[in-house]
Design a protein around this ligand. Structure first.
Ligand SMILES: Cc1cc2nc3c(=O)[nH]c(=O)nc-3n(C[C@H](O)[C@H](O)[C@H](O)COP(=O)(O)OP(=O)(O)OC[C@H]3O[C@@H](n4cnc5c(N)ncnc54)[C@H](O)[C@@H]3O)c2cc1C
Length: 635
């Protein structure tokens, strides 16, 4: 299986079926809104980015789709709206927004486009969390974090970034070199639970795992037996070939067919408890443990161990260090993550929604007017809180789309439709698709993730950690970071410890396998875990973890936490194939390739259609779908 090496491969990087128990469909259709609460000063204006509480897949956003996917329930009667569009896009994530932009570029600004999304905010995973405290706005990343290795983006994607005025060199210059998520050379530490608060092992844990710096002292500082430390030193530093009894061919076979965790247990001889420490980065980058990565996949995702491969010894050791430093630098951040890309797209598509924005220079600080997204006089309209439940070809001439909004069942028509939503939901939306295609669309399972943003009223305790990226392998949130320290988009990040700051806490709910469960089974379990965990439980975990981490520096969670936003993503990353589970399909026969086939006036976008959980894949999918619809000679 060929691997695409990116930040996620390196560090970082529908089953609608499962979920909370369902209420009756009639009640479902009446459910809208969110349990989230607005922050100080934002009460009267509808402004979703500033809502706190449970966000991401927020209450009110998923119930209609779950009823359809689980029980086949959907309204039987629809009110037909007197609206007709050239293009209807289902899903206003990056893929859907990009598709709308490409279509408009090809067909002209007068093209009539409608985007529908089930959430109360646009951007899909690219969501912004905005906090206000003491007159300052503090931003956080609600989902998709960064432009990962933008130099390697295709011309199509680079072209879109250029259309939006995104200057990745300026982004690099605007980002603090102390921000460890963008620069692994900056201080980052390992934190292990201990009596009286977490024990911190510093100062550059991520590089130490690759044998850089004084890794020996760091490993010797770990609260584990000396014999276990010795094994870690060999793993990190090299000098031993863990596969020395195998021929070159056998080694190649081994690293592609044996899990990384099995390798660590059997070949390195580590204890099971130590494995968790090495899993922290993998879990956050790719969303699951070393048991579901082959050795090869884990190593290309920057898990430690390259030097112990023998056949690449020496060279590989120094290569790993270069990779660690180099790739990390290529990830570019807006202060609210890729939400700024979504905002730039909406700004270009619907200028009235961002009346004061000029573009890249001020996008992060511009206020959006949500009421302007869906105005009668707009050529492009974006309709939120609208869950699509049916998409049908009507003869050769048009496509009919059914959706539910605020409990009402509505029907509209368009010349073309692009499904930029989730692959697994599409067979429920379009039962008329060929069976083989529906089967292919059902193959993947999205990778669940949870990103919590915590507003701290000041940064005194956090700054005493002397590192802004903390691996917490034994905690509910395995990685803790400050929000991006960047001035991109006109943003002013916290200037010092007196200012309020946002802490990003990242969790991967997908469990390790108990027996021979497939990765897709485990991802479904993880999704169930996300849907059945209440905000209160997340809040308790967040407060406990931060108190233990920062308490030794004077932190008092009751006094110092200003707000908490939990972004749960039960349907997170697009499924990407793993060599331990997925066959090597012939060219063009992989499920995502079969699943994305054009169906007359309906095309399929979304990162699922590329089996790649990255922004550039989502954009390319949007481009392909628009190309299909504009070149097909239909309309
Ligand atoms: C926590 C997290 C972190 C990530 N970090 C990065 C990163 O750093 N860099 C990177 O490049 N990528 C990252 N990604 C990957 C991210 O998925 C892609 O970059 C990209 O944002 C996906 O866009 P999309 O439009 O394909 O899908 P989505 O963002 O999922 O958008 C699809 C939209 O369609 C909506 N929809 C689904 N069904 C319906 C329906 N029936 N009716 C109406 N609307 C519907 C969905 O709710 C959603 O809003 C991250 C993802 C997650 C979850």
């Amino acid at each position: 299986m060929s691997l695409r090496i990116t930040r996620r491969d390196f560090l970082s990087g529908v089953a609608i079926g499962a979920g909370t128990s369902l209420v009756a469909p009639s009640q479902l259709l009446a459910q809208v809104g969110s349990q989230a609460s607005a922050p100080e000063g934002a009460a009267s204006v509808h402004y979703p980015p500033a809502l706190t509480g449970m966000r991401g897949s927020h209450p009110g956003s998923f119930e209609v789709a779950h009823a359809l996917a689980r029980d086949g329930d959907k309204p039987t009667e629809y009110r037909e709206l007197d609206e007709h569009y050239d293009l209807i896009v289902v899903g206003a994530g990056i893929s859907g927004l990009a598709a709308a932009w490409f279509y408009r570029k090809k067909q002209g600004p007068e093209a009539r486009i409608l985007l529908l999304d089930n959430h109360d905010d646009f951007g899909g995973h690219a969501k912004r969390n905005e906090f206000h405290h003491d007159g300052r706005m503090v931003l956080g990343v609600g989902g998709a974090q960064n432009l990962e290795a933008p130099d390697s983006y295709s011309l199509i994607v680079k072209g879109l970034l250029a259309d939006l005025g995104i200057d990745t060199k300026a982004m690099a210059a605007n980002t603090s070199k102390d921000f460890a998520m963008a620069n692994l050379g900056a201080n980052n530490v390992l934190a292990l639970p201990a009596e009286g608060g977490h024990e911190i092992v510093g100062s550059n844990w991520a590089l130490a795992m690759h044998g850089a710096g004084d890794y020996t002292s760091l490993v010797r500082a770990l609260p584990i037996a000396p014999a276990e430390q010795d094994k870690l030193l060999s793993l990190f530093g090299g000098g031993k070939d863990f596969l020395d009894d195998l021929s070159l061919r056998e080694k190649y076979e081994y690293i592609n067919t044996v899990s990384y965790s099995r390798f660590l247990l059997d070949r390195v001889g580590l204890q099971k408890e130590t494995l968790e420490v090495l899993d922290a980065f993998l879990r956050v980058l790719n969303g699951f443990t070393g048991w579901n990565h082959s050795v090869m996949e884990a190593l290309t995702a920057a898990a430690p161990g390259l030097p112990g491969m023998g056949w690449l010894a020496g060279k590989v050791h120094s290569l790993a260090k270069v990779v660690v430093a180099g790739v990390a630098f290529q990830a570019q951040y807006f202060p609210d993550g890729n939400a700024s890309v979504a905002r730039l797209l909406v700004h270009r598509l619907i200028p009235a929604a961002a009346p004061d924005a000029t573009g890249f220079e001020d996008i992060a600080t511009s206020r959006f007017v949500y009421e302007a997204l869906d105005r009668d006089d707009g050529d492009t309209r974006l309709r939120l809180s609208s869950t699509v439940v049916g998409v049908r070809l009507q003869g050769d001439e048009k496509v009919e789309v059914d959706y539910v909004r605020a409990g009402e069942a509505l029907r509209i028509a368009g010349e073309h439709c692009i499904l930029a939503c989730y692959n697994r939901l599409i067979p429920h939306l379009c039962p008329d698709l060929p069976s083989r295609q529906k089967e292919a669309l059902r193959y993947g399972a999205k990778v669940p993730l949870v990103y919590a943003n915590v507003l701290l009223k000041d940064g005194h305790a956090f700054s005493k950690l002397d590192a802004n990226l903390v691996a917490c392998p034994h905690d509910p949130f395995t990685m803790v970071s400050c929000a991006p320290i960047t001035t991109t988009g006109g943003y002013e990040p916290p200037r010092g410890p007196d200012d309020p700051m946002v802490v990003l806490m990242m969790a991967s709910p997908t469990p390790a396998p108990q027996d021979d469960e497939s990765l897709r089974d485990l991802l479904r379990k993880g999704r169930m875990e996300v849907y059945t965990t209440s905000f209160e439980t997340y809040e308790e975990r967040i407060r406990d973890q931060l108190q233990s981490l920062l308490g030794q520096h004077g932190f008092d969670h009751e006094r110092d936490i200003g707000a908490i936003t939990v972004n749960r993503w039960p349907h997170g990353y697009a499924y990407f194939y793993v060599s331990l589970d997925d066959p090597d399909w012939p060219e063009g026969q992989a499920p995502h390739e079969l699943g994305r086939a054009q169906f007359g006036r309906i095309s399929i976008a979304n990162s699922d259609a590329e089996a790649t959980p990255l922004m550039d894949a989502a954009i390319e999918a949007g481009w392909r779908a628009v190309t299909e619809q504009t070149l097909s000679g239909q309309g």
